[in-house]
Design a protein around this ligand. Structure first.
Ligand SMILES: Nc1nc2c(ncn2[C@@H]2O[C@H](COP(=O)(O)OP(=O)(O)O)[C@@H](O)[C@H]2O)c(=O)[nH]1
Ligand SMILES: [Mg+2]
Length: 240
């Protein structure tokens, strides 16, 4: 009967890094059910950062980027011998379980994430994360815009109005009404990232009778990201 498992041999290309992108399923509904603060809920972001930390650790990621209900996980060491079904199903379910564990509240429905695999070459890593960070910024402008409009108009009118506006129109409207998006917290504009950082450790070497410096890496959650550029990705050692 094994021959019926026709997708089980599907594998990611050998020697390729991969990005796994996860996205919360119907999280607009979940946000409503959980009464999340609009447009940005600090506790939700705190939970998502813990989910990213779990993913980083469990799958020995190189870099994780997250905004809203979306997570991108860069893996150098491809797990499960590259088997697509296994990677997508295990990582998506791990993410959902981690979310439920850290959120800890009462859910109306079991949360789920979808997962997709993107083989990526070193040259394209920066472009990929810039693309997602641009989306984070669009999301920031739009969600502040719609929240503001809904405070003035009916939901239908607010939706109508925002559909006819581009990013700079929304920015302008918010500015005229005393909301300066430049002053909004960095993570709301640029998302958050997880990567390894080195910690300097000075210890005393008894044998040689002198202080000795060594470095130990630890997992760092960056809430103050720059606009992604080559320098940043070189510093965090994601590209050479
Ligand atoms: N209130 C609130 N909602 C959020 C927050 N972060 C994400 N969301 C919701 O999650 C949705 C994620 O977008 P998307 O994946 O396109 O929609 P989905 O298909 O419903 O998951 C947003 O549209 C919001 O409704 C937050 O911090 N606060
Ligand atoms: Mg979603």
């Amino acid at each position: 009967m094994k021959e019926f498992e026709v997708y089980s041999s599907l594998k990611v290309p050998k020697n390729s890094k991969i990005i796994i992108r996860l996205d919360g399923r119907s999280f607009h509904k979940l946000a409503k059910d959980l009464n999340l603060v609009k447009p940005y809920d600090d506790n939700f972001y705190d939970v998502m950062s813990k989910v990213c930390h779990d993913l980083f650790e469990e799958f020995s990621a190189e870099f994780v980027y997250c905004f809203s209900d979306e997570i991108s996980l860069l893996l150098n060491n491809v797990p499960f011998e590259g088997r697509v079904e296994k990677i997508n199903s295990v990582i998506a379910s791990f993410t959902a379980s981690s979310f439920v564990m850290h959120y800890g509240g009462e859910f109306k429905k079991p949360p789920a994430f979808d997962s997709r695999i993107i083989p990526i070459s070193d040259e394209d890593i920066l472009g990929y994360f810039k693309w997602r960070q641009d989306e984070s910024w669009r999301n920031c402008v739009n969600s502040h815009g719609i929240s503001f409009l809904k405070s003035k108009y009916s939901n239908a009118e607010a939706n109508d109005k925002i559909n006819g506006m581009n990013l700079s129109d929304i920015h302008e409207l918010l500015f005229e009404n005393g909301i300066n998006l430049n002053d909004v917290e960095t993570y709301k504009k640029r998302g958050i990232a997880i990567y390894r950082k080195n910690k300097k450790i000075v210890g005393f070497n008894k044998k040689e009778n002198k202080n000795q410096t060594s470095y130990r890496s630890f997992i760092y959650i960056d809430w103050e990201l720059p606009i992604f550029n080559e320098k940043f990705f070189k510093e965090v050692k994601v590209i050479e």
